[in-house]
Design a protein around this ligand. Structure first.
Ligand code: SF4
Length: 302
């Protein structure tokens, strides 16, 4: 009734109107299923049990999930399922029966209050798979603290090395300065990532950073900060940037291309120089394999 789930802290009473994110007090799911394209420590043998929520608090100009992240509640719910928290718990069990290694909430922030309820209900009924909070990292600190004991694994993005670039490409203030506080709050809550005997994550934090073409200084600034947190943390350094917006030529011409090999190599080399112990790197072709199409029955090619 006074929403402060994300760092916009718009204070909307979502029982009577949508917040700045455009989402009211219901739960909207765009897609769920097993997903083998996540980091190996999440996919396990059969895949991560991903639940993609509709909408998002951010408006990243290069979002590869734009078909669902820019979902507009006012244009109807075609392709989007409105579910209760009880149904959400049933979906957890469905994914478990399919062999999921975990339950992976993608873009969960505006739904965090529902998730707390559903996770508690599932755990009270003996559900044991780890819960993954796969977030853009613009959650409020209170949201992260409220998840203590409920979320097992956090997968926050740390997108930008300065606030100006965050405002420009994601439309949100303080993305760097607030992002640092989020990473520290999560790390203090869970510690570094712990894997079981099969290399599957059971607890902790892993941080994702997507390298943006032409913005290597921002990536290096991100790495400089992460090095101060813990060099043993798992860092997923992603190369899969893909242009997804028809207006790039007009607004952001520098985004109208994929990453160059030499750009990615520079950032990877810098991370190695800083001494990160658990660095995950991608093939440069990843932008083709991991580009989803939520209008297809098979959302991911690979
Ligand atoms: S999640 Fe939505 S309603 Fe809540 S503070 Fe953020 S923008 Fe506002």
């Amino acid at each position: 009734m006074n929403c402060k789930l994300c760092n916009f802290r718009c204070g909307a009473d979502r029982s009577i109107k949508t917040g700045k994110c455009g989402i009211d007090d219901k739960i909207y799911i765009a897609h769920y299923g097993l997903h083998c394209g996540e980091e190996p420590f999440l996919t396990g043998e059969h895949g991560s049990g991903t639940i993609f929520f509709a909408g998002c608090t951010l408006r990243c100009r290069y979002c590869q999930n734009w078909q669902i992240s820019r979902w507009d509640i006012n244009k109807g719910t075609a392709g989007v399922e409105t579910v209760s928290a009880k149904r959400l718990v049933e979906i957890f069990k469905e994914l478990q029966s399919m062999g999921a290694a975990n339950i992976n909430f993608v873009s969960p922030t505006p739904y965090a209050h529902h998730l707390m309820y559903a996770i508690r209900a599932a755990k009270d009924n003996g559900f044991t798979l780890p819960f993954v909070y796969n977030t853009h990292g613009y959650d409020s600190i209170e949201t992260i603290e409220s998840m203590k004991g409920l979320i097992d694994i956090y997968l926050p993005d740390f997108k930008y090395g300065d606030d100006k670039t965050g405002k420009k490409f994601s439309g949100a203030p303080s993305m760097y300065s607030h992002g640092k506080e989020v990473i520290k709050a999560i790390y203090n809550q869970t510690g570094m990532l712990e894997l079981d005997g099969n290399g599957v994550a059971v607890k902790g934090i892993a941080i994702r950073h997507l390298v943006i073409p032409g913005h290597l200084e921002s990536s290096m600034q991100v790495l400089d900060f992460l090095e101060t947190v813990d060099r043993r943390n798992y860092i997923s350094l992603m190369s899969q940037f893909h242009p997804c917006d028809d207006n790039y030529d007009r607004d952001y011409p520098e985004l109208n291309r994929t990453l160059l090999p030499e750009e990615y190599e520079r950032v990877v080399d810098y991370a190695r120089i800083l001494g990160f112990k658990n660095l995950l790197i991608q093939e440069l072709e990843s932008h083709r394999n991991y580009l989803p199409d939520f209008n297809e029955d098979t959302v991911f090619k690979d």
